[in-house]
Design a protein around this ligand. Structure first.
Ligand code: HEM
Length: 413
């Protein structure tokens, strides 16, 4: 495999035993985790790190393992020797409830019930509200001045969308978003106890909020909260826990897709495949942005029963990081993987993972991003990214931006 300049040092570090997991946690890694993935892939498509995790970078291997029933789901807490059970009761209750961290058959049962309770609200929002929301937000921005795309578009848009689906009053959305950002940190690996304490407090506040909203103002509300909380045959508290899950999962990932997508479009300046009005060309462009940006970079699994992959033997209890962002740039599957090609055919990316836990919100995300693209692409040619403004988040499971200022292009002003 071609090695970009600078990678040989990383390969050396990994070979000398410096853990790639910790390299990925460094502040600078957010800007370019791909250099680390490439260095890792150069040592093997399935590698056991010196911390004891299996790290998988190959597309074929990740796809096969995502679909393998011997790979179990894993809550961030389950295998933390430093976290005593009972220390974070709300987080534990949520993680224990969510189908995200459950294996079949419980996973399939709860996922089906949540899907039944939310399908109508999601369909209604997609059909009636996405396009007007995207149009209104893009039109409200004065593009003749520098603007932070994260705070003006990438954050408020998905927040308004998931709020509409759940039936959350608009005035509460800002506060809820802050809480979900803090709470979602509980899903990051190697989190210190101070941040877990904050995540527990945020989780408690979120649960209280939905309890109150569900009990006092439920009847006759728009959105699916009522159906979720009253969900047929749902154990007590499970529907409410999933309101918290949908609010959390439905925001940050899409926020990061929009912000990193705009950055990619402005810095890579790809040839647009004709006017982005046809459904097919918009859909292809959205999937390429998903592949290229990979807002979720990795998913973690616990081995339930022995699996042999690429000559490596995973034993029961082993922990495996499936680096789906690396798989999305696998040169054996994608021609010119580091190039943004909005017209790319055969884009079998793993941005939504796959198998049992394939993203519940994939159709909604595609529809959300398509609406943004339709309204944003006409204004983008006159804009440029202020590279000095770019602020990457310090996360490893997810990847995204805290700030991205765009401004009129020097040549077009
Ligand atoms: C850019 C947007 C998004 C990306 C990249 C994304 C990515 C992912 C990935 C990679 C997984 C698999 C996690 C695992 O296997 O451990 C997942 C699962 C999930 N996602 Fe998304 N997601 C996005 C948007 C959404 C939205 C908008 C919602 C909700 C409305 C959502 C809800 C969920 C849920 C509930 C799961 C758990 C599925 C299961 O365990 O069966 N996601 N997502």
């Amino acid at each position: 495999m071609d090695q970009p300049a600078g990678n040989s040092r990383l390969v050396d570090l990994i070979r000398r035993g410096e853990s790639p997991e910790f390299q990925l946690l460094r502040p600078k890694a957010g800007a370019d985790p791909y250099a680390i993935y490439r260095a890792l892939a150069a040592t093997g498509r399935v590698v056991r790190s010196n911390l004891g995790y299996w790290l998988v970078t190959g597309h074929q291997e990740c796809a096969a393992l995502l679909g393998d029933e011997r790979m179990g789901a894993l809550s961030g807490f389950a295998n933390r020797p430093d976290v005593v059970r009972g220390t974070y009761p709300t987080l534990e209750r949520l993680h224990d409830s969510w189908f995200l961290f459950a294996d079949p058959p419980r996973h399939d049962l709860v996922r089906r019930r949540v899907a039944e309770s939310t399908a109508r609200a999601i369909r209604t929002t997609i059909a009636n509200n996405l396009d007007p929301l995207a149009s209104e937000m893009v039109r409200a921005i004065d593009w003749s001045r520098p603007v932070d795309i994260v705070t003006r578009l990438a954050q408020p848009y998905p927040t308004a969308v998931i709020g509409d689906i759940l039936g959350v009053p608009g005035r509460d959305l800002g506060r809820l978003r802050t809480l979900t950002v803090v709470m979602s940190e509980s899903m990051e690996p190697f989190l210190g106890t101070a941040r877990l304490d904050r995540a527990e407090r945020a989780a408690r506040e979120l649960c209280q909020y939905f309890e109150e909203l569900g009990s006092t103002r439920r009847r006759g509300r728009a959105g699916c909260l009522e159906a979720l909380v009253d969900g047929a045959d749902m154990e007590a508290g499970v529907g409410l826990a999933h309101a918290v899950l949908l609010l959390t999962a439905g925001q940050e990932t899409t926020v990061n897709l929009v912000s990193m997508g705009v950055l990619a479009l402005l810095t890579q300046r790809p040839e647009l495949p004709g006017p982005l009005s046809g459904r097919e060309s918009v859909g292809r462009a959205v999937d390429e942005l998903l592949r290229f940006t990979s807002p979720i970079q990795l998913v973690v699994r616990r081995v339930l029963d022995r699996v042999v992959v690429d000559g490596a033997s995973f034993e029961r209890g082993d922990l495996v990081w499936l680096l789906i962002a690396a798989a999305n740039r696998d040169p054996e599957v994608f021609a010119e993987p580091d190039c943004l090609d909005l017209g790319r055919h055969h884009n079998d990316h793993l941005a939504f993972a796959g198998g049992t836990h394939v993203c519940f919100g994939a159709a909604l995300t595609r529809a959300e991003m398509s609406a943004v693209m339709r309204h944003l692409t006409p204004v983008l040619p006159a804009l440029e990214a202020d590279q000095d403004s770019v602020l990457w988040q310090r996360k490893r499971t997810g990847r995204g931006l805290d700030r991205l200022v765009v401004r009129p292009r020097a040549s077009s002003s």
